[in-house]
Every structure is written in C-alpha cells, then in structure tokens.
Design a protein around this ligand. Structure first.
Ligand code: PMP
Ligand code: GLN
Length: 385
C-alpha cells in the first residue's frame, strides 16, 4: 500500500460488520437497513433487467430517465433547476461521487476544509488526490444533546491554499442538520473566499427536526457547489450503489472526467428502478421519515436508560453517545471491540472519524435503521451492561 493510503487500513464498517458476523451480535454498526426498500421499486429493477434495459453499458452520464428524474426531484423538493443533460451525473453510489469530485477538482497540496467528525471516505479520497485535509471540529454540547459548528473556527481554518469545503448535512455520525443561518454564513464565506463546495446530502430525506436545505440554493452557490445524494439512504437499497451529483455544466464535466476512469458507468438496470423511485409520491418520503423518527426515539430513549449520554440526532439514522457514564476509561474503540462479547451488540467508535482522535475517543455511534424488534432486543441487551 502506498504512503498516501497507508494510514487508512481497513474501514471501520468492514471491521465491525465482520465482528458482528463472527460473534452473532446485533449489528448497529455499519449503517444499512435490515429491511429492503419498496417492493414496487424492486419490481421496477426486475422489469428493467428482463426488458434488457441497462444490461449493457449504460450512457456515461447515466440513463436519461434517471437524470430527468433527479432533475425533477431537485425541482419538486427544493425549486432548484438543473438541466438533466448537462448538470446531472449518475455515479456508483455517493462514494464514487465523493471520490470523482475530489479527484477532479483538487490539485496536489490544495487544502480541503471538512467538518470533523467526517465520513471516513473523505479523508481517504483527499489523500488519494494528494491534497491536505483541514478538519473543523463540531463541538458536543451535553446540555442540549447536540453538536455545534463554530463559524469563527470555520472561517479561521480557511487559508490562501484552501480550494474546497467538504460539507455533510444531515451529518454522519453526529446527526446534526445545519440550519439556514449556518448555511447562509457558509455560503457567504465560500463566495468571499472563492471556494468550491462539495456537499454530501445523502441523508436529505432523513430529517426529524428542522428541515434539510440544500446549500446550492443559497445566493452565489449554484455555480460553485457540487451536491451529492444517493438512492442507498432514501430508498433503502444500499447494495444497488446508485448515487448522483447535480452541479453546473463546468463542474459536472470535470467530475465526469474523473468518473469515466473510475467505473465508467454502473448499475444499469438499477438506474431505471431509481428513476421510478424518485417519482414516488410525497407520502413515501413522509412515511420513511416518520418510521425512522419513531426508531430514533426508541433507540435514543433506550440508550439513555442504559446509562449512555445521548446526542439526539436531528437527522440521519445514527445516534452518537458518550460512553463515559458507563465506562470511565472513555475509550470508545476498546468499548466497541468488547461490546459484542459483553452484551451482543455492535457499534462504531467515532474516533475513526477524527484527526483529533482524542476529541472523538469517548463517543460511540449506533444505527437505528433496523426493525423495531431488533432495536428493542438491542436496548434490552445494552441495559444489562
Ligand atoms: N456519505 C455519507 C455521509 C454516508 O453516510 C454514506 C453511506 N454510508 C455515503 C456517503 C456513501 O453512500 P453510497 O452507499 O451511496 O456510496
Ligand atoms: N455509510 C454507512 C455508515 O456510515 C456505511 C457505508 C460503508 O460501509 N462504507 O455506516
């Protein structure tokens, strides 16, 4: 493994899912639903496969049906207008969108400012682009059970070498949803310092408090923002690996240049199915959110009763906890490695999402995109700790 990647090793999600399989524990580590998405969407994939739609290489930018559906979704939800032919690109999940955007837009030595804790692929992709990550740490506030972005710290992190802001809202792993005021301030800063922004909005539909506002909708941002989303989260098909970006024609062309040499294209028949999924009525999205809100409350309440300090997420399907009331060592890594043996549950240590590991050490993330009875069983096991 080369020097750029040497620090990354195996992702925590693979390690923790393997631990869950080995021990037979309930896996609240890696974020994936234990129930597949809508039957009609699965049927649409089967229909596409049988009809021979997408069984051979689909067009590089994505099949027109899906690009049109993505543009219509941005219009319908956010009143943002994108041209399906020049301003939409389909990718192999959000993961490839992140990689292709960073590889296309960064020069070696450029600085990328990202919120810490950050989704693990950000750090690896910044490294693959030979760029430098500059983390801005979100601050846990035990009194409110939320995380706070300090806009002064964000401003101070920007230097003449900063090329790009890498944002994520709703935020994995803290569940923070950036507010209108925060996004407006970020937009102003990006314009003032002439920065590009890559914004990972894969949890756009999983918001329980407040509302998701796409950064691209703020003044001056339409032309400098690459917005990323994914069918994995919104439709509960993480294995299909259908993601996308929306951006200006110049940015889409750049990202496509990188994308064509990463995978060229992916997910032929699934692209047709996701096009149908994006056209589902609002009631689908409302029901998904309502279901996950109930599960958030179930797991957050259970974790609090089990003795954890709980950071109640406004969005995503993750809840971050502080283990110190239960474990004075405050070592989330050791806690997660021993948890399956101690009570048959798997979680993820947030420290892996930090450069300043000591800041993340006592925090542990649990996923609640699981069936109610699974969450109830996990809570009852955790109460035995
Ligand atoms: N970004 C974030 C913040 C995520 O949590 C995930 C899913 N784990 C991804 C990107 C990757 O999405 P996909 O599965 O579509 O590649
Ligand atoms: N996004 C999921 C999570 O945060 C996992 C994705 C992955 O395994 N790479 O848990």
């Amino acid at each position: 493994l080369n020097r750029r990647l040497a620090e990354f090793g195996t992702t925590i999600f693979a390690e923790m899912s393997a631990l869950a399989v080995r021990t037979g524990a309930i896996n609240l580590g890696q974020g994936f639903p234990d129930t597949d998405g809508p039957e009609e969407v699965r049927e649409a994939a089967v229909r596409a496969l049988r009809a021979g739609h997408g069984n051979q290489y689909p067009p590089g930018p994505g099949v027109p049906e899906l690009r049109t559906a993505i543009a219509a979704h941005q219009q319908r939800r956010y009143a943002l207008t994108y041209d399906p032919d020049t301003e939409v690109l389909v990718t192999a999940g959000a993961t490839e969108a992140i990689a292709a955007a960073l590889l296309a837009l960064l020069e070696p030595g450029d600085e990328v400012v990202a919120l810490e804790p950050y989704y693990d692929s950000y750090a690896a992709c910044i490294a693959m682009a030979s760029a430098t990550r500059v983390p801005v740490t979100l601050h846990p506030e035990p009194s409110t059970g939320t995380y706070r972005l300090d806009l002064g710290e964000l401003r101070a992190a920007i230097t003449p070498r900063t090329r790009l802001l890498l944002l994520n809202t709703p935020h994995n792993p803290t569940g923070t949803v950036l507010t209108r005021e925060e996004l407006a301030a970020i937009a102003e800063l990006a314009c003032e310092r002439d920065l590009l922004v890559v914004t990972d909005e894969v949890y756009e539909h999983l918001v329980f408090e407040g509302e998701h506002l796409p950064l691209a909708g703020f003044p001056g941002m339409r032309e400098r923002t690459v917005t990323i989303s994914s069918a994995g989260k919104t439709f509960s098909f993480t294995g299909w690996k259908v993601g996308w970006i929306t951006a200006s024609p110049e940015l889409v062309t750049a990202v496509r240049s990188a994308k064509q040499y990463l995978t060229y294209v992916a997910s032929g028949p699934f692209q047709y199915a996701v096009a149908e999924a994006l056209s589902l009525p609002d009631s689908y999205f409302d029901a998904l959110r309502a279901d996950l809100r109930t599960k958030r409350d179930l797991l957050s309440g259970g974790l609090a009763e089990a003795g954890f300090e709980v950071y109640r997420p406004a969005g995503t399907y993750f809840v971050t906890t502080d283990i110190r009331p239960l474990d004075s060592s405050g070592d989330g890594f050791a806690f997660c490695r021993s948890l399956p043996e101690r009570c048959g549950v798997v979680a993820v240590p947030n420290a892996v999402f930090y450069d300043h590991r000591e800041q993340g050490a006592p925090f542990v993330r649990f996923a609640f995109c699981k069936r109610t009875e699974v969450l109830e069983e996990a809570v009852s096991r955790l109460k035995g700790l």
